[in-house]
Every structure is written in structure tokens, then in C-alpha cells.
Design a protein around this ligand. Structure first.
Ligand SMILES: Cc1cc2nc3c(=O)[nH]c(=O)nc-3n(C[C@H](O)[C@H](O)[C@H](O)COP(=O)(O)OP(=O)(O)OC[C@H]3O[C@@H](n4cnc5c(N)ncnc54)[C@H](O)[C@@H]3O)c2cc1C
Length: 319
């Protein structure tokens, strides 16, 4: 079986969860191919090869500097036609989901997004994915001769640490084909902060924080724990923070080792985005808040007293 991993870069850097995709491909005992597209793939391709990316198909072209659904779909489709993979793997990130929907449609293959499990059953690829906010876990079996397009939820599988690889510089005609859109510049919304999807620790704030200026207290705790700052939709809608920080049904699905929910009631739409976190700590002054039904540790009290004390204590302990 052949697996093609699509490794996406942003600002010339790979998402660390990319190495999780390599681990998945290794576990399936498949012949591994990894596509990397950028204006200059030299460093990225070597990195992927050292982590066990197999045949690393490196496509360097100025048109590939920024992610562009249309161009990326054209280029990867050309690689699919050349190498005929059975499985095409990507990450269930905003870019990954967008690209894979297009790839599946273009290549006529089946698609499963945001999977949390994968195995070979009687030489059929079988994936599992949570639906309806985790209430149902579906098992999906590939039943097609076309490649199976699968996006994997970050932080479910361990990273591939090492392995072998061979870099193949690919020249792909599709890079030069005009498409309807051009990405001229990408501006990062929250520069310097840890990416939510990849964070091991997330410290999230909700409406219990009362006002935008009080979020600094939560960001300080996130900084001390080297975690990412997250938010409920209530405070995104109120304009206290950017949408990119939102966790939940209409925000990001996250899977950190440790999740703090501070001043968050625990509405189902928030919970579906973070319920698989390793350990959940809730701080809420309402003892009946639904978040306590999910939390591993619950602190009933005023966030304005608890959070600064916790931050000071952790700062003293962690430096
Ligand atoms: C279609 C749809 C999609 C949605 N998508 C999302 C989504 O992606 N993500 C999301 O989060 N929500 C989403 N929502 C909204 C969701 O239903 C809730 O309204 C929202 O999660 C509530 O945010 P919250 O917990 O911050 O606020 P609230 O529900 O108002 O809770 C605030 C909490 O703070 C506590 N509190 C108050 N003062 C303090 C204090 N001093 N110290 C400690 N605790 C205190 C209160 O006891 C309360 O529990 C969606 C809703 C719909 C209809």
C-alpha cells in the first residue's frame, strides 16, 4: 500500500503535527511518500526525510510560497497521478480541511475528515471519526479504487522521531497554470503566541472574566505554563479577542494534555471542541456550572482571586 502525506508549511515552517502523519503511515506499514510544496523546500524536505518521510517529493516554486487551495490542489493532483497512492493523509487544520475537500472532489476519491483512529482490516483501510460532537464514533471503510483522502486530528498520534528518506526534486507543470486567486501576503493574527491546535497546554477564558482588559490575567497564566490562549465564543462575539482563539463547534477542535476552562460555563458547543483533552481543570464560581461535569479538577471560586495566585505559584515553581 502507498501513502502520500501532504506536509503543509506556513512561513517556511512545518506544523509539528506533520510528524504525527508520518507515524500513522509507518503504523500502516505502507510505502511512504511525502509531498512538500514551498518557494524553497530544501530545509523542509531534509527535515521530513530525517523523520522517516520516505520518498520526499519536494516541489519548489515561487507560486507555492503561500497556501492557495487551487494551486496546491493542481500540484498535488499531478503528484497523485504520477505516484498512484492508496491513501492521502493530511492534517485536520483549516488549511488541511479546505485542501482535502478539494482534492477528494478533484480526484473522485472518498474522504474522511478529522479522524482519530486508523487501521488495516482485511487489507481495507478503516478509519474512525467522532461525529455529533463526539456522541457517535463512526467507522468508515474504504470501498473504492480511488485514493482515500483522510485528515487526521492533531495530537492523537505520537510524532515520528526518526527514520529514513530520500528527497526527489519534482518539477510540476501545474505550478505555472493560472488560477482564479493569488495570495499576495499572509498576516499572522496573534504573533508570538503558541498555536492552539498544536498546544500541549491551553488556558481558555470565558464571559466570567467580565471585560477584555481582564484577559491579560489569563494570558499571563498561559505564558507561565508555556501554553496557548483559548476563548469561548461568548468573548469572541463580544470582540474581546480574535476568532482564531475560539475553541468549540464553530471554532477549533483542540486536544491538549492540559486544558484550563476559566469563567466558562461548559455549553455543549464549547465542550465538543475540547472534551478529548487529557486533563481538564475548571475554575468557576458557580458550583452547578456544567463544565464541572466534564472537568477532572474543579475549583469553585472567583477567577480574579484564583488565577493570579495560581500564576504566581507556578511562576515560582517553573521559573
Ligand atoms: C450554533 C452555535 C455554535 C456555537 N459555537 C460555539 C463555539 O464554537 N465555542 C463556544 O465556546 N461557544 C459556542 N457557542 C455558544 C455557546 O452556546 C455558549 O453561549 C458559550 O460557549 C458561552 O460562553 P461562556 O461559557 O464564556 O459564557 P457563559 O455561558 O456566560 O458562562 C460564563 C461563566 O463564567 C462564570 N463566572 C462568572 N464570573 C466568574 C468569576 N468571577 N470567576 C469564575 N467564574 C465566573 C459563570 O458562573 C458562568 O458559568 C455556539 C452556539 C451556537 C448556537
Amino acid at each position: 500500500m502507498k501513502t502520500l502525506i501532504v506536509a503543509l508549511q506556513k512561513d517556511g515552517k512545518l506544523a509539528s503535527a506533520t510528524y504525527e502523519l508520518i507515524e500513522v503511515a509507518k503504523r500502516l506499514n505502507s510505502e511512504i511518500y511525502t509531498a512538500i510544496l514551498s518557494d524553497n523546500t530544501d530545509t523542509l524536505a531534509s527535515d521530513l526525510a530525517e523523520r522517516g518521510g520516505g520518498k520526499v517529493l519536494a516541489v519548489s516554486d515561487p507560486n507555492l510560497k503561500f497556501f492557495n487551495d487551487e494551486i496546491y490542489t493542481n500540484v498535488i493532483t499531478e503528484l497523485i497521478e504520477k505516484y498512484s497512492p492508496d491513501l492521502v493523509l493530511g492534517l485536520a487544520t483549516f488549511y488541511g480541511k479546505s485542501l482535502f475537500a478539494r482534492l477528494a472532489a478533484r480526484n473522485g476519491g472518498p474522504m474522511a475528515s478529522d479522524i482519530t483512529g486508523i487501521a488495516m482490516n482485511d487489507s481495507n483501510i478503516t478509519v474512525t471519526r467522532p461525529s455529533y460532537g463526539g456522541a457517535v464514533v463512526s467507522e468508515i471503510v474504504k470501498n473504492s479504487d480511488k485514493p482515500f483522502f483522510v485528515t487526521v486530528r492533531p495530537k492523537i498520534f505520537p510524532e515520528s522521531k526518526d527514520g529514513t528518506g530520500e528527497i526527489i526534486a519534482e518539477t510540476v507543470a501545474a505550478t505555472g497554470v493560472a488560477v482564479g486567486t493569488t495570495v499576495k501576503e499572509v498576516k499572522v493574527e496573534s504573533s508570538g503566541s503558541v498555536n492552539l491546535a498544536e498546544a500541549d497546554i491551553i488556558v481558555s477564558a470565558g464571559r466570567g472574566l467580565k471585560a477584555a482588559e481582564n484577559l491579560q490575567m489569563i494570558k499571563d497564566l498561559a505564558k507561565v505554563t508555556k501554553g496557548a490562549f483559548g476563548a469561548s465564543r461568548a468573548i469572541v462575539d463580544a470582540g474581546w479577542t480574535e476568532y482564531s482563539n475560539q475553541v468549540g463547534q464553530t471554532g477549533k477542535t483542540v486536544n491538549p494534555k492540559l486544558y484550563f476552562a476559566i469563567g466558562i460555563s461548559g455549553a455543549i458547543q464549547h465542550i465538543v471542541g475540547m472534551r478529548t483533552s487529557g486533563t481538564i481543570v475548571a475554575i468557576n464560581k458557580d458550583k452547578d456550572a456544567p463544565i464541572f461535569n466534564l472537568a477532572n479538577y474543579g475549583i469553585i471560586g472567583d477567577a480574579f482571586e484564583i488565577v493570579p495566585a495560581l500564576t504566581a505559584k507556578l511562576k515560582a515553581e517553573l521559573g
